[in-house]
Structure formats: structure tokens, C-alpha cells
Ligand binder design. Structure first.
Ligand code: PGA
Length: 236
């Protein structure tokens, strides 16, 4: 893993936006995998400012809440529109459909999308519990798209975006770890001391399903961007 530590989240996010612009400039990158949450917000801010040419690029997102319509203001579809898609033009967008009535069919549909659009460049955050996408502790390293039950820790972490914890959807559709590992290049961002333990486990700990991000130790092209707080427990 290539690890880049910056003083602040803002500085790191700017570097990621520069890396993205440089990586897509050759025209080789056709599909990018995108993520939601607080972590990528500054990265998206810098993309909106820099306006790289993404018109030939397709996006696939990691996950979506079960039960939320695409236009719900807490859906990940809405998040992507607000923070990126309404200001930067891409060729096409894919996200799981939170309102799909047949879960198995929806997972199969998304796996098909991923098969037809192999991910060249995948953006990831990490949960305080080490999850990537919504692949919670225990998830299989070869998993495909699944409907998953969110852990108490994840519900509590996500409650900050809702009026109360009761309103946080308890399930999501998530791209599996196997599909994430199929990406040509992975760029993981983590900021703040609340991510420090997960980052230490991901980089220095043993590979274990209990920390889903340790699956990345097996991938040949992972770059991790950290601020000093998220890197604070690293010893090597
Ligand atoms: P966050 O979530 O960016 O809101 O911290 C990251 C994640 O859970 O993957």
C-alpha cells in the first residue's frame, strides 16, 4: 500500500483531486467507483472547482440505503447529485436502487452493471469499524453485491445525518468486497482520530474478515490518503 499523510483533510483532498485529474487525463479510465459520506466531501469540492473533463466516464457507486427513493434527501443518489453530478458532467451513473422490490434481482442487476463496467479507479472511505462500502465486519472477501444489515455502530455513526436514529435505514445494498478488489486502482481516504484505529488495523494488522478493509492488503494498487489524526496510531 502506498500511504500519503497530509497535515489536514483539506490538503489531502486537494491531492486526491489532483491525482484523479491526472489519472483520467490519458483517457484510459472509463469507469470510476465513487463513495458517499463525510470523507469525500472536500475531494468533491475540489473536483467541482477544477472541472476535469469526465464526459466519457461512467460512475458506479458503492452503496445505497434500502427503502430510500433516489430523490430522498438522505439517499446516496441525492448526495451524489448534490455534491458532484449536478456540477460535473459524466457519461452515465449507476447506483443500487433503494426501492427495488426484488432484492435478489437488484443485486444481480448491479453485479451485471459491474461486469459491464469494470472499475478502473475506485474511491473508498472506511468506517470506524473497518467497513468498506457497507461491507460490515464478517463480510466475505470474495463477496458480490448484497443486501446487508447495518451494524449498531454504523447506524449510530450515520444518525448524524438524520433527525433521529430511528430514521436511519437499517439496511443497504452494497457492492461486495470481491467487486471492490476487482478495481484496477483503489484510492482510500480517511480523516480524523475516529478512523485511526481502523487505519492501523487495515495497514498493520492481520488480514481478517472482522476488519473488512484488511482485504485491501491483497490488492496490488492501493493508495491511502490520510490526515495526521487518522495516521496517528501507525507505527511503521
Ligand atoms: P464517513 O463514512 O465518510 O461518513 O466517515 C465512511 C464510511 O463509513 O465508509
Amino acid at each position: 500500500m502506498n500511504i500519503i499523510i497530509s497535515k489536514t483533510k483539506d490538503e489531502a483532498s486537494k491531492k486526491v483531486a489532483e491525482l484523479f485529474a491526472s489519472d483520467i487525463s490519458g483517457g484510459v479510465i472509463k469507469t470510476v467507483g465513487l463513495a458517499t459520506g463525510s470523507t469525500p466531501l472536500d475531494f468533491y469540492k475540489y473536483l467541482r472547482a477544477a472541472q476535469p473533463d469526465c464526459q466519457a466516464i461512467t460512475t458506479v457507486n458503492l452503496d445505497e440505503y434500502v427503502g430510500l427513493a433516489a430523490n430522498h434527501d438522505q439517499s446516496y443518489s441525492y448526495f451524489m447529485h448534490e455534491h458532484l453530478f449536478k456540477d460535473v458532467a459524466f457519461a452515465k451513473h449507476y447506483l443500487p436502487d433503494g426501492l427495488a422490490t426484488d432484492s435478489a434481482a437488484e443485486c444481480a442487476r448491479y453485479d451485471e452493471v459491474l461486469a459491464e463496467n469494470p472499475i478502473d479507479w475506485q474511491l473508498l472511505g472506511i468506517g470506524g469499524n473497518g467497513h468498506i462500502g457497507f461491507n460490515e465486519p464478517g463480510a466475505a472477501f470474495d463477496g458480490k453485491t448484497q443486501r446487508v444489515q447495518l451494524t449498531e455502530a454504523t447506524l449510530a455513526a450515520n444518525a448524524r445525518f438524520f433527525d433521529s436514529i430511528e430514521e436511519v435505514p437499517t439496511e443497504a445494498y452494497s457492492m461486495g468486497i470481491g467487486s471492490i478488489l476487482n478495481s484496477e486502482k483503489i484510492v482510500l481516504l480517511a480523516f480524523g482520530e475516529e478512523k485511526a484505529a481502523a487505519i492501523k488495523a487495515m495497514i498493520e494488522g492481520p488480514m481478517t474478515n472482522e476488519v473488512p478493509a484488511t482485504a485491501l492488503q491483497n490488492h496490488a494498487n492501493v493508495t491511502v490518503f490520510l490526515d495526521e489524526a487518522a495516521a496517528s496510531l501507525l507505527t511503521k
